[in-house]
Design a protein around this ligand. Structure first.
Ligand SMILES: Nc1nc2c(ncn2[C@@H]2O[C@H](COP(=O)(O)OP(=O)(O)OP(=O)(O)O)[C@@H](O)[C@H]2O)c(=O)[nH]1
Length: 308
């Protein structure tokens, strides 16, 4: 993505990045994401326990697409987590272009924050320190905290904000927009409004693939919702494509006379109808995608691929 020629047209000059928003409980992550999107509605999967990399919001700013995500589980030692989920969440952080460590400046260096910092230390992803809730404390008190944190981890940037009042957020967006790598948007702009539902559909299909096929297939399959069409009768037509790397995997997924894919579709549809509370016509298409290994990291980063 980074080797786009300088002379490219305007479309090639777009920037896009995945930004992991991490922090201790109560640090203000949700408030920040909601503020940045300028709305109360952030994208939240209704089934967070199955999600590896949860996309919270997609923000367009000065031509850049900022995909804000969190990594459920990884930093919540209070919750009982299985090994695979922690590994998955961890791996997701590695795929981000940047991590924002949101810190409740008033709470200071708590045990929870300390444990997050030690996890982030092992990461290769650049981390920006975001001191939040600056409206609640004297700025002078921020300096010792910044120094203490920087001793443990060398932050690429340090920002002081108030997610509540909006202070410092415009500058933060400017910095993020100019920092994320040059490259095409991960999400077409037109799709942004129904993105949560599209992702949900892809995820439910993917979950059924995991349940109903042998190990080999799920580890090589990704699901994308290609089309989402509202019907006049209140139902919705959803077209998902399942991409696999090899013809043999395609055959397994389709099954004998299409039995496997039909069953995957049937169960996914039932679940989607319950979640969306409406009739669903689900169409599944299985395709071989040659050379999609290159896209693997990006796809994995948006949470549609299994960790293997
Ligand atoms: N005064 C002030 N309060 C804030 C600020 N940011 C967040 N809060 C408050 O802090 C509390 C926690 O904020 P959340 O956004 O829910 O925190 P979170 O990090 O998403 O929390 P978890 O979901 O538990 O991980 C809420 O009551 C917010 O209103 C800020 O900049 N200033």
């Amino acid at each position: 993505m980074s080797d786009i020629p300088e002379s490219g047209g305007p479309e090639e000059q777009t920037r896009c990045g995945i930004i992991a928003v991490v922090g201790a409980p109560n640090a203000g992550k949700s408030t920040l994401v909601n503020r940045l999107t300028g709305s109360k509605v952030s994208i939240v999967s209704p089934k967070p326990q199955t999600t590896r990399f949860r996309i919270r919001a997609v923000v367009m700013h000065k031509g850049a697409q900022l995909v804000l995500a969190d990594t459920p589980g990884i930093f919540s030692p209070r919750r009982r987590l299985d090994r695979a989920m922690v590994a998955a969440a961890w791996e997701s952080t590695q795929d981000a272009d940047l991590a924002l460590l949101v810190v409740d400046a008033r709470a200071g260096l708590t045990e929870a924050l300390q444990s997050i910092v030690s996890v982030l230390k092992r990461s290769k992803v650049p981390v920006w320190l975001v001191l939040n809730k600056t409206d609640l404390i004297d700025t002078k008190r921020l300096l010792p905290l910044t120094a203490a944190l920087n001793e443990q981890l060398s932050f690429a940037e340090t920002l002081m904000i108030s997610a509540e009042t909006g202070d410092g957020l415009e500058r933060m967006l400017d910095m993020l927009a100019s920092h994320v790598p040059q490259g095409p948007y991960l999400f077409p702009e037109d799709d942004l409004s129904d993105l949560p539902d599209r992702m949900l559909a892809a995820e439910i299909v993917r979950e059924q693939i995991l349940r109903q096929t042998h190990e080999e297939v799920p580890h090589h399959a990704t699901v994308e919702t290609e089309q989402w069409e509202e019907r006049r009768d209140g139902s919705v037509r959803i077209d998902c494509t399942i991409y696999v790397g090899r013809a043999s995997q395609k055959a397994i997924l389709i099954g004998d006379k299409g039995a496997k894919i039909k069953e995957i579709g049937r169960r996914a549809r039932t679940e989607l109808e319950a979640l969306l509370e409406r009739r669903v016509h689900l169409f599944l298409n299985v395709k071989e995608r040659s050379g999609w290994d290159e896209e693997r990291a990006r796809i994995r980063a948006i949470g549609l691929e299994d960790i293997g």
